[in-house]
Design a protein around this ligand. Structure first.
Ligand SMILES: Nc1ncnc2c1ncn2[C@@H]1O[C@H](COP(=O)(O)OP(=O)(O)OP(=O)(O)O)[C@@H](O)[C@H]1O
Ligand SMILES: Nc1ccn([C@@H]2O[C@H](COP(=O)(O)O)[C@@H](O)[C@H]2O)c(=O)n1
Length: 418
């Protein structure tokens, strides 16, 4: 049995499981004996004869695991018989860093359960998966057992009762966010790209664009102002005006030199996609350091965008699911150039939608998600606010473009030495 699966099994009974149905989390844990506790509602809605299954990805190889997770969803969606419900799930050890693993939870009606079992057994033999089945164990359908299917024939695994568990303080994905969703050093992000060269040849081209290290040769003499905010809050409009008014250099992250590969890496799973944007920030940092010796520098998106979107995507549900204020996930990377000032443009949802509609450009997946999903938008905005590091000031972007420019100039003059 693979070493990684073995280490997961060694603390199996201490794990907590999370099944997400329409962004609503259901938490459960395992018990050797049943003490009359209720099963979580996600099970409670099932009939006695129904079967549920969980399929968790358990590879020690981060790149393979990240690529395999969405592929698994496609495989399951294509091969499962009709009438099966499929949703996302995860499992973690409370308060244990890097313990969060992802997978899928599926519910099958009685008539198809034998078919689903065959399918999963077959999949489990070929892929690094931990598969469990769930069945009613009496008590009028209130009590459910989890049976972990042995990943190797010689292994004996136990059955456990499944009981509801309290919701943790924040979404458990936070346990594995660092260096999977958000990168806090140049080396960590570069390492992901070095490791994925075999599976994504374009990663080599990105690596060629990178500086030798995160260190910048000199600290900028002039102020460096970053403009942040959700899509269509007016960043492009304002950065152009600031460039003209201040005679500043205008840079962006990701930098133009990465444009040929952006669409490709946008389609990759979070580990690779976020590493791409993290690396873009380090290239932009080098450019800032150079330009900042000659003129003020305005930057369209930087670290706040990379971290806030990543954190908001990794956590589902309401804002309360975000890692708490002050959590290390909000800290500024120690090796990344700090701007003099970050300005966060905010706009109410309706006005932002109106501007998006008027602009009429094609929307990225994440823009569409922002549009559709009010909770996601709120999580991104709150994550923006919680990020620590350089001073971050919120700017109301709803007045006319000229008024927003005047307000911004005032903030720059008050906060930077111009
Ligand atoms: N203050 C403003 N009042 C009204 N409309 C504005 C204002 N600022 C920008 N707009 C318009 O809103 C739309 C979005 O602006 P812009 O492209 O500058 O946003 P953005 O934040 O750069 O978007 P993205 O991040 O998606 O590139 C554009 O059509 C722009 O002309
Ligand atoms: N420094 C950055 C910049 C952008 N992103 C990601 O790109 C998307 C928004 O960019 P737009 O050009 O469409 O405004 C969004 O998905 C961010 O995650 C980033 O991560 N880091």
């Amino acid at each position: 049995m693979a070493k990684h699966a073995k280490s997961l099994l060694s603390r199996w009974s201490s794990r907590v499981f999370l099944v997400e149905v329409d962004e609503k989390p259901h938490y459960f844990r395992l018990q050797a004996r049943h003490g009359g506790e209720r099963a979580p509602r996600v099970f409670g809605r099932l009939r006695q004869e129904d079967r549920c299954f969980s399929v968790l990805v358990c590879t020690g190889d981060r790149i393979k695991g990240a690529k395999f997770y969405p592929e698994l969803r496609d495989k399951l969606s294509n091969e499962l018989p009709p009438g099966c419900d499929l949703t996302t799930m995860g499992s973690f050890l409370p308060r244990v860093r890097d313990s969060f693993i992802r997978g899928y939870f599926l519910k099958s009606s009685a008539e198809y359960s034998a078919h689903v079992e065959r399918l999963l057994r077959d999949l489990g033999r070929r892929e690094p998966l931990l598969v469990c089945s769930y069945a009613a164990s009496g008590g009028g359908g209130q009590a459910w057992t989890q049976r972990l299917w042995s990943p190797s024939e010689d292994e004996t695994v136990s059955d456990y009762f499944v009981v509801s568990s309290d919701e943790p303080e924040c979404h458990p994905s936070a346990l594995s966010m660092i260096n999977n969703d958000v990168f806090y050093s140049f080396e960590e992000a570069r390492d992901v790209f070095r490791k994925c060269r075999d599976v994504i040849p374009e990663a080599a081209s990105v690596l060629e664009m990178l500086p030798g290290s995160a260190e910048v040769s000199q600290k900028p003499l002039f102020p460096v102002v970053v403009l942040e905010g959700l899509d269509a809050t007016g960043k492009t409009t304002l950065t152009e005006s600031l460039r003209e008014t201040l005679g500043a250099a205008l840079l962006r992250s990701p930098p133009d030199c990465l444009s040929p590969w952006r669409a490709l890496f946008d389609r990759e799973p979070p580990l690779i996609r976020r590493a791409f944007y993290a690396l873009g920030n380090y290239i932009t940092a080098q450019q800032i350091a150079q330009e900042g010796m000659k003129t003020p520098v305005i930057v369209d998106r930087f670290w706040h965008s990379t971290a806030a979107y990543a954190i908001a995507t990794a956590t589902g549900g309401p804002v309360s699911n975000l890692p708490g204020e002050g959590s290390e996930v909000y800290s500024w990377p120690g090796d990344l150039l700090r701007p003099s000032l970050v300005l966060l443009l905010t706009l109410d949802a309706e006005e932002r939608k109106r501007r998006l509609k008027d602009r009429g450009l094609e929307k990225t997946d994440e823009e569409q998600k922002l549009d559709r999903n009010q909770l996601f938008r709120l999580r991104v905005e709150e994550a923006y606010r919680r990020i620590s590091g350089p001073p971050c000031v919120t700017v109301d972007a709803s007045p006319s473009a000229d008024k927003v420019l005047q307000q911004t100039l005032l903030l720059i003059r008050n906060n930077c030495h111009l």
